[in-house]
Design a binder for this molecule. Sequence first.
Ligand code: NAD
Length: 700
Amino acid sequence: MAEVVSVRREGAVAVITVGSPPVNAMSQAMRQGLLDAFRQLGGDNTVGAVLLTCAGRTFISGADLKEFYTGVGEPGYHELFAVVEGFPRPVIAALFGTAMGAGVEIALACHYRCAAPGAKLGLPEITLGIILGAGGTQRLPRLIGAKAALDMILSAAPIDAAKAREQGIVDEIVQGDLIKGAIAYANRLIAAGAGPRPTAARSVDASGFDEAYIKTALAGAAKKWRGQQAPQRAVDAIRVSTQFPLPEGVKHERRISLEAEKSLESQALRHLFFAEREVARIPGLADSVKPQEIASAAIIGAGTMGRGIAICFADAGIPVQLIDTAADAVQRGLAAIRKIYDSSVAKGRLSGEQMQQRMASIRGGTDLQAVADVDLVVEAAFESMDVKKELFTKFDQLCRPGAVLATNTSTLDINVIAAMTQRPESVIGLHFFSPANVMRLLEIVRGAKTSPQVLATAVALAKKLRKVGVVVGVCYGFVGNRMMLEGYVREADQLLLEGATAQQIDRVIEGFGFAMGPFTMNDMAGNDIALKAREVPGVRDGKPRPYHEVIDTLARANQLGQKTGAGFYRYEPGSRTPLHNPATDAVIDKLAQELGIKRRDISDEEIEVRCVYPLINEGARILEEGIAYRSSDIDVIWTTGYGFPRFRGGPMFYADSLGLKQVGERMSELHRQHGHYWKPAALLEKLAASGQKFADWQVK
Ligand code: NAD
């Protein structure tokens, strides 16, 4: 194995190169190597300056995350950074690629920084519920001021070299060969007699970092980092930097960052970080199974979903044919896509030229023959089994052998659709979420006969489309919609009958941390959509009443939500603000009477438990049926596709954090009170009895 840290001389400049592929994460071995190198060079009077850089494609891109779990080994960050900062001659960092987290922190402990023009600097800690813990919150304000430091930390978005130069993090941008240019910069510093310039010795410019500004910054952060404490912790740490000299500030930072690291919020966010990577590991899928190349696609249906899906492919550089039954439907689809791209151009996210390229890669048409030569077909026509059956029969006749045949159905049985073809092994579900060009989640639905290669192709495609592709099995609603409809939304509807109001339930669920309460969501999606899905024969079998009583009654009365101006709420023309709808109260009263339900006051606590626990129970059933491979996949689905609060880690992690024994006991109590739908899942009871967690459970 190559050395993690190597030192060479370029005249008076000692060049320390760190090499720990692929991303040069800062590990214990790297810290040790650096400490040894700096100590040794410190005693060498022939060294005029030290240049710190990396091998490979990036500067140090963060900490070694393994140390979250093993603890930080010796030497620690502080010990190393103090030696770097206290080095008797100038230390210069040469930044390129993406310097992140601990990579930025060590650069801040250096005396000077130069960067390649394409370098990026980022502090993503807040996305993991933590704050910088190696002096970063104390040194950054000393370079760029407290206000700019807080902005950078709260945004978590990397800044480019030009911005870093403008702010004062980077001293020099090096055009051409970075190392050569950085050595020349070091030699200029030596020639000018510039000594070490420890960041610790600088004072913090606190102008603009006042209570009013902090309040505004935290209000913005509360929207972006819903429910998280980390933004407040970042404020606390930056405030410390304005009050204490660095050594004391670092002690405070350490306390705050350890608190953050131990918090449930951080455990939850780190769980999701690893879970989102784990989804691509498919049990039983051998590495030897290679994905097929998808270089062209046809999308059938230019409606809401087809448009968004077409954009995903065009954005990934895959040309698509967008097919609908009538020319005007195709034109409407293309016009809607153009509008979305126009707005991206207006926001500066896309250049006019890029937009033209992407529009040119989407060809509209009405002839289904277009599917003949493509590598992949994605069917996004009406949610009707007859329509899907007819289309897949045609795909089977028209598509070339080996083409992947996918459906975007939300609820229909993929195996029935696959059976319409002579090649069920090529059929798979690609369940995009609306708006498909924005939502990160893609449920990849493997049919009973889907081949391993087609599955591998879908997993690779998800990555190419920059989606989180989670493989699930076939059942009504797959994982996400099944848990939503059978658990959460059904129980929320039941609570209306028992006496809670839509406003109260939405408020409680939003307070829990969901992006939107269930009734605001239903009104937005349209109350007819789920009713239609429930009208498919077989769906209501074994489901005693009350079962989605209020929503189905509203849908049958054409109270569809925002699109008809009234649903659970009412809406003023042109407005999306939900207002109290007395007509819905009357519907609920009448239904409750018919069903013999006595109405009562319901506490917020009861609402929270009764909406969230059914998700856990349905999730447990999904696991025991083998519909999801692991509980963390369910957490990824619910946090990326359904607005479940990320800081709670997803429904299954949330249950694990409460303790399954406690969850199981409450579930049994609710079963005694409310019957049928509350029967605890066998897996939940089993794990609770043996003191285990969902996270301990593995698919056989
Ligand atoms: P939509 O009604 O907006 O669009 C469907 C389009 O398909 C229409 O333009 C229609 O003309 C066209 N179409 C119908 N039959 C066709 C055929 N035989 N050949 C070619 N085109 C045909 O519907 P949508 O909301 O885009 O939903 C499409 C599919 O995606 C459905 O299966 C739906 O369940 C699924 N889905 C929808 C959502 C959502 O939120 N809307 C989310 C996930 C999945």
